[in-house]
Design a protein around this ligand. Sequence first.
Ligand SMILES: [Zn+2]
Length: 263
Amino acid sequence: MSSPPPALHILAPDEPPAFEVVNPEGPSSAVLLCDHASNAVPRSLPELALQEEALREHTGWDIGAALLSRRLSALLDAPLVLSGYSRLVIDCNRPLGAPSSIPEVSCGVPIPGNTIDAAEARARADACFWPYHNAITALLDARRDRRQRTAILSVHSFTPSMPGQDRPWHAAVLYGRDRRLAAPFIELLRREPGLCVGDNEPYHVSAGGDYGIPVHGEARGLPCVLLEIRQDGLLSAEGVEAWAQRLAAIYREIEARGLAGGA
Ligand SMILES: [Zn+2]
């Protein structure tokens, strides 16, 4: 009998964890998720770490999203779960096995470190994808057991332009089957002078192309929305603060209307 191949260790014991939970007992009805918070790469993936430019850009993470979600967590006194590693290692907002889960090409850039076999794909999921999502599940289960009203806000950023397309939206409100939060977010953001707000564009949420909203929101029956802010609004501390204040104020108004939480 042949012995099984040695287990692939993606994260060394001294490396940062695959997720961070901020303010887990936060009393807000909002639970914030930041799937693309980090552009870190584990030491075990040196070929991926060579993709320096891709890692600095949107291909590697959502620029400004971690800072924005941390401020929003503080302003709302809300729990926040952040992923610890780059979306190029494994994308925490894609179903496992989707071509964009561990992309061999991202935004037109080939990612040679991602031509891998099924065993390494499983190892990356075990190291980075499941710990992050299991932390979210545990947090949501605990709130359900406490009968705490909960809504999911997934915080992202997007690039000002794609090849052949400039994006006029300063922010975008994305949703799938559940518009309970999206509709008032769109209404209240559009009240802000000078803001161009995308309604399910430049992307929309789908079970085939997303993970957090369909699984942690829709499948649990929780009101849920994916908020995208254009990167150039998050490049300075003032920009991050302005967006955090704006989104917190809008969320409080939505809460005051009684729309924000499901049990
Ligand atoms: Zn994102």
